[in-house]
Ligand binder design. Structure first.
Ligand code: NDP
Length: 450
């Protein structure tokens, strides 16, 4: 089986994140491939790791001084065997084909776990929205959409949000799509509430992640999140919603971060302090260091590029919720977490733990939930937004929250059942990979050689 990743590495040596994502799935699906030789004959694995198609394109736009810039856009359409392509759009300077292939690959499994008819994809650009004016962001989004609109549609590919893409960016993208196509359809998710968005989309991945963690604690150890000290990384959509739900359930959230540094608040971040962070991030688009200026008892620690660990993960706590970006928990961080008493790691971000960190968690029997299961609430509520758009009916927050809880409970049960069936009870990574793989593989077999 290691040969398979080697083949991918030889073919596309620079795609490290994509290789890592495939490696993370291979060990789990090996028993399935052994049991079902028809998957091998039909080259299911090879087909699942080769995107249906990838578009790359030029995005010229002008800044406030009328200087023209050129960014690179991507759309990775990974697999649509169980439904139209669906995944996030990421605007961040680090975006490249490898990162989007990893996100799209993870999304295939995640979307399958929701049981909704959604295939997997991902898109984005190496554009940095931080520090840009609204006009500049609009100029970029409109240019991005003048190419993207050729490839998306409510039954083809329905992008949503990821890092650097929020309600503002979705608004500009949607406006341009509507203008170019002259139609008003649910082609993007994460829209504002006034024009087809879900009342619950921004909260969904974070709330869902906490529901998944609560389910793990209750089912496996008969515990709740109440009184638990929690480390949360990030200060974006997923992190702030995760922190919000944790606080609501009585947990003590002590950290938040951005790419410049992190804050540690020994007293705990309460609802009022979180409201301050939300304003800071969503209204003023400021940095997390401002928190320590407003609440001087909190400690701000700046980060530097060459650190071999992330000090946020060195604090004593019960649970960890990495919610910022890929590979933010490395091997050294994993040891710090374990030595500091953390017994649950629940991924709000996609692939936030390196492969060796995950191995340690599994080895030490930490309750570990991979992002493809734990943060699937985001895309599940996007699926509900798509349904609302097609039936032209809004649902209340309460209704959506009830559905989200049920979806996360079902994904949790599916992972546990598959882990047990394939020989390692309690291994959520195995369970999520096996259950997602089976659904997509069987659909591919049913539909013939494509
Ligand atoms: P946001 O852009 O809203 O927030 C991202 C946060 O992570 C920011 O605080 C950002 O800091 C920080 N961050 C980004 N890149 C880095 C980096 N290279 N190093 C350190 N910190 C970084 O993104 P989201 O909250 O939407 O997404 C966060 C994670 O959750 C991603 O892994 C995403 O794929 C995943 N996810 C998102 C979903 C969604 O619906 N949005 C759904 C499911 C998963 P700074 O401001 O300094 O860049």
């Amino acid at each position: 089986m290691p040969d398979f990743v080697e083949i991918l590495k030889n073919r596309d040596p620079h795609e490290r994140e994509f290789h890592q994502a495939v490696h993370g799935v291979l060990a789990s699906v090996k028993p399935l491939l052994d049991q079902r030789p028809e998957y091998g004959r039909a080259a299911i694995l090879q087909r699942m790791t080769e995107p249906e198609r990838i578009y790359t394109f030029r995005i010229p736009w002008a800044d406030a001084r009328n200087q023209t810039h050129v960014n690179r856009g991507f759309m990775v359409e990974m697999n649509n065997a169980v439904g139209p392509f669906k995944g996030g759009l990421r605007f961040h300077p680090s975006v490249n084909q490898s990162i989007l292939k990893f996100l799209a690959f993870e999304q295939v499994f995640k979307n399958a776990l929701t049981t909704m008819p959604m295939g997997g994809g991902a898109g984005g650009a190496d554009f940095e929205p931080k520090g840009k004016s609204d006009m500049e962001v609009m100029s970029f989004c409109q240019s991005f959409m003048t190419e993207l609109f050729h490839h998306i549609g409510p039954n083809t590919d329905i992008p949503g949000s990821d890092i650097g893409v929020g309600a503002r960016e979705i608004g500009y993208l949607f406006g341009m799509y509507r203008k170019l196509r002259n139609e008003f359809t649910g082609v993007l998710t994460g829209k504002s509430i006034g024009w087809g968005g879900s009342l619950f989309r921004r909260e969904a991945p974070g709330y869902g992640c906490v529901y998944f963690a609560a389910e793990m604690l209750a089912e496996r150890w008969n515990l709740t999140l109440e009184g638990k000290t929690c480390l949360v990384s990030g200060a974006g959509k997923v992190a702030l919603a995760t922190a919000e739900k944790l606080i609501e359930l009585g947990a003590r959230v002590v950290t938040l971060s951005d790419s410049s540094g992190y804050i540690y608040d020994e007293e705990g971040i309460d609802a009022q302090k979180l409201a301050f962070v939300k304003r800071l991030k969503y209204v003023h688009r400021e940095r997390i260091r401002e928190y320590a200026e407003k609440y001087p008892h909190a400690v701000y620690t700046p980060l530097s590029e060459n650190m071999d660990h992330h000090p946020l993960w060195s604090h004593r706590a019960d649970c960890a919720f990495p919610c910022a970006t890929q590979n933010e928990i490395r091997l050294k961080d994993a040891y710090h977490l374990i030595n500091n008493n953390v017994r649950l790691v629940c991924e709000g971000a996609n692939m936030p733990c390196t492969s060796d960190a995950v191995e340690i968690f599994l080895d030490k029997k930490i309750l570990y939930a991979p992002g493809k299961a734990a943060n699937a609430g985001g895309v599940a509520v996007s699926g509900l937004e798509m349904t609302q758009n097609s039936i032209h009916l809004p649902w209340s927050r309460q209704e959506l929250d009830k559905r989200l809880k049920m979806i996360m409970k079902n994904i949790h049960a599916t992972c546990l059942a598959a882990a047990e069936q394939y020989g390692d009870p309690g291994n959520y990574l195995l369970g999520a990979n096996a259950a997602g793989f089976l659904k997509v593989a069987d659909a591919m077999l049913d539909q013939g050689l494509l």
